[in-house]
Design a protein around this ligand. Structure first.
Ligand SMILES: Nc1nc2c(ncn2[C@@H]2O[C@H](COP(=O)(O)OP(=O)(O)OP(=O)(O)O)[C@@H](O)[C@H]2O)c(=O)[nH]1
Ligand SMILES: [Mg+2]
Length: 313
């Protein structure tokens, strides 16, 4: 099927077309380019939410409960799980799997997991392409679930309109969040598993840390901290309320458009880097390197000069 045929068929009701389109952007950069060109005029409808946090914090549970809540409001939801240990891909308890399956059986929901392992980099770029496919298909919401460790995952979470960081009450999580860069990308925090001890202290600790960052500008958004117990379906309405509040704030201040421009800037940077890396080592350049390596060992030239020469070819 050509890119324009696929683009024409793409809709929330045509799962096969959605699946094919995502496979296409996953598998081949040139095909992805052609398809995304066709999809460009259809972009901008979906609201993108990143759900990230440490392993096991409850991201998948929140994602599926939030999806159910959005469905009761008639919204369609596309879910991208970029997470090797996700219940979408296995390794989950039976109850969690059932929860996921319930959601993915719904015709108004499309669930796709994207593998971190075995991918030769560029996963974050592919996840953004896949989000564009879901957006162009007409989904009202696109939810990204990524585990909040590693730069690539943070890049994906950052590529959302609203980024939710999920933590658990156990002490040290706030400190961990600061170290791993989660603090910087959070639009709000969810202290999940609040059925366990220490959730109020965790909320207080986080709130205290956040107040140090306040700059008292009028249009400043101060990330709220809310509690939830996702597996008991408690607090999910608050999660959605915060998403809507943040969305309203972005719209009112004009920041949504700016944020989307910044997202595209990062995307171009990321793609240029990928293109430079994968396209650089042509047969000709590889042959030059092999030849010059012998000269480097013979002390006739230096790695610096070889690199200079290669980038001029
Ligand atoms: N006690 C309690 N357990 C919860 C809560 N929310 C989720 N869990 C459980 O915590 C475990 C992990 O939940 P997931 O939703 O899979 O967490 P995750 O963050 O997606 O995990 P990874 O994708 O593996 O990083 C599961 O067994 C859930 O049932 C909660 O509010 N309270
Ligand atoms: Mg998960």
């Amino acid at each position: 099927m050509t890119s324009s045929e696929l683009a024409r068929r793409l809709s929330t009701h045509d799962r096969l077309a959605v699946a094919r389109a995502i496979s296409r952007v996953e598998n081949d950069r040139e095909d992805a380019g052609a398809l995304l060109r066709e999809l460009a005029p259809k972009l901008g409808h979906a609201y993108r939410v990143g759900i990230t946090g440490p392993p096991g914090a409850g991201k998948s549970t929140i994602t599926s409960e939030l999806t159910k809540l959005l469905r009761t409001q008639g919204k369609t939801v596309g879910i991208l799980a970029v997470d090797p240990t996700s219940p979408f891909t296995g390794g989950a308890l039976l109850g969690d799997r059932i929860r996921m399956q319930e959601v993915s059986m719904d015709p108004g929901v499309y669930v796709r997991s994207m593998a971190t392992r075995g991918s030769l980099g560029g996963l974050s770029a592919k996840a953004k392409d896949a989000a564009d496919v879901l957006d162009a298909a007409g989904f009202d919401f696109v939810l990204f679930e990524t585990v909040g460790v590693g730069q690539s995952e943070l890049d994906i979470a950052k590529a959302a309109d609203t980024t939710v960081v999920v933590l658990v009450p156990e002490s040290g999580d706030a400190v961990q969040a600061m170290k791993s860069g989660l603090m910087e990308i959070a639009d709000f925090f969810v202290v999940n598993k609040s059925d366990r001890e220490g959730s109020d202290q965790a909320v207080r600790a986080l709130t205290t840390i956040l107040t140090f960052r306040v700059t008292h500008r009028e249009d400043e958004w101060i990330p709220p901290v809310i509690k939830a117990a996702a597996s008991k379906n408690e607090g999910i309405d608050r999660v959605l309320a915060e998403i809507e509040k943040h969305r309203a704030h972005l719209l009112k201040t004009g920041k949504l458009a700016l944020r989307r421009i910044e997202r595209e800037r990062e995307r171009v940077h990321e793609l240029v880097e990928i293109m430079l890396h994968t396209d650089f080592w042509t047969a000709e350049r590889s042959a030059i390197l092999e030849r010059e390596l012998i000269r480097i060992s013979a002390h006739e030239t230096t790695s610096f000069d070889v690199a200079r020469e290669l980038t001029k070819v």
